[in-house]
Ligand binder design. Structure first.
Ligand SMILES: Cc1cc2nc3c(=O)[nH]c(=O)nc-3n(C[C@H](O)[C@H](O)[C@H](O)COP(=O)(O)O)c2cc1C
Length: 213
C-alpha cells in the first residue's frame, strides 16, 4: 500500500470572517450540533493532551459532557495518568476531529477540577454498571489480568446490589477554561480556512485572527 497516494479534496465549503460570531462557543455549538446531525460516531469525543513532569505530551480520547460560558467539561478518574499530569501542570489542549465534515477544532486552556456537587450530579445520572465500573477500575494502574478487573467488578456489583452506588472519592471531572480556540474548515487545493479566537488582554472579549492553512 502506498500511503502517499491516500488523499482527498476538501470541498464542503468555507468559513468566512463575516460569518463568525463574537463568542466562539456560539460557533462551537453549531458545529457540534452539525456533527451530531451528521451521525458522526462519538461526535462528543475529543482528544485531550496533557504533559508529564518532564514536559512530554500524552493524548487520549475522552467524552465532552457539558459546555457553558465557563468552559468544556469532562469526567475521569482522579488517580489516572491525565489527572496526575493536570495536578502538576493544569495547561491542557483539546481536539475535536470532525473530519467527515472536513472540520477540526483545537482548544488550549486550563483545567480546573469540578466541584463535588457537579460530579455527584453527573455520576448519579450514569448507568449503574458504569458507576460500578468506576469503582472497579484504578484507571491507568498496571494490572496482571483482565480477570482481576472482572472479579472486582462482580464483587462490587454484589456489594452495591441494593440502593445507589456512591461516588468514589477518586472519581471526578474537569472544566477547561478556554484561552484560545481554533476552527478549521477544509478548503479546495489545501487552501483551508482557519480562524483562531484568543482571549483579549482584559479578558473581556475575544480577538479573532485568520491563520494561513
Ligand atoms: C471513545 C472513547 C471515549 C472515552 N471517554 C472517556 C472519558 O470520558 N473519560 C475517561 O476517563 N476515559 C475515557 N476514555 C478512555 C481514555 O481514552 C483513556 O484510555 C483513559 O482515560 C486513561 O487515560 P490516562 O491513562 O492517560 O489517564 C475514552 C476512550 C474512548 C476511545
Amino acid at each position: 500500500m502506498d500511503l502517499s497516494d491516500i488523499r482527498r479534496e476538501y470541498t464542503k465549503g468555507g468559513l468566512k470572517r463575516s460569518d463568525l460570531p463574537a463568542d466562539p462557543l456560539t460557533l462551537f455549538d453549531v458545529w457540534l450540533q452539525q456533527a451530531v446531525a451528521a451521525k458522526l460516531p462519538d461526535p462528543t469525543a475529543m482528544t485531550v493532551a496533557t504533559v508529564d513532569e518532564q514536559g512530554r505530551p500524552f493524548q487520549r480520547i475522552v467524552l465532552l459532557k457539558d459546555i457553558d460560558e465557563r468552559g468544556l467539561v469532562f469526567y475521569t478518574n482522579l488517580g489516572s495518568r491525565k489527572a496526575q499530569h493536570l495536578a502538576n501542570n493544569s495547561f491542557i489542549s483539546l481536539h475535536f476531529p470532525w473530519h467527515p465534515l472536513e472540520r477540526q477544532v483545537h482548544v488550549v486552556g486550563v483545567a480546573e477540577p469540578l466541584s463535588k456537587l457537579e460530579v455527584v450530579k453527573y455520576f448519579s445520572s450514569r448507568p449503574k454498571e458504569s458507576q460500578v465500573a468506576a469503582w472497579a477500575s484504578k484507571q491507568s494502574s498496571r494490572i496482571s489480568a483482565r480477570s482481576v478487573l472482572e472479579g472486582k467488578f462482580l464483587e462490587l456489583k454484589q456489594k452495591f446490589v441494593n440502593g445507589e452506588v456512591p461516588l468514589p472519592s477518586f472519581w471526578g471531572g474537569y472544566r477547561v477554561k478556554i484561552d484560545s480556540i481554533e476552527f478549521w474548515q477544509g478548503g479546495a487545493h489545501r487552501l483551508h480556512d482557519r480562524f483562531i479566537y484568543e482571549r483579549d488582554s482584559e479578558n473581556s472579549g475575544w480577538q479573532i485572527d485568520r491563520l494561513a492553512p
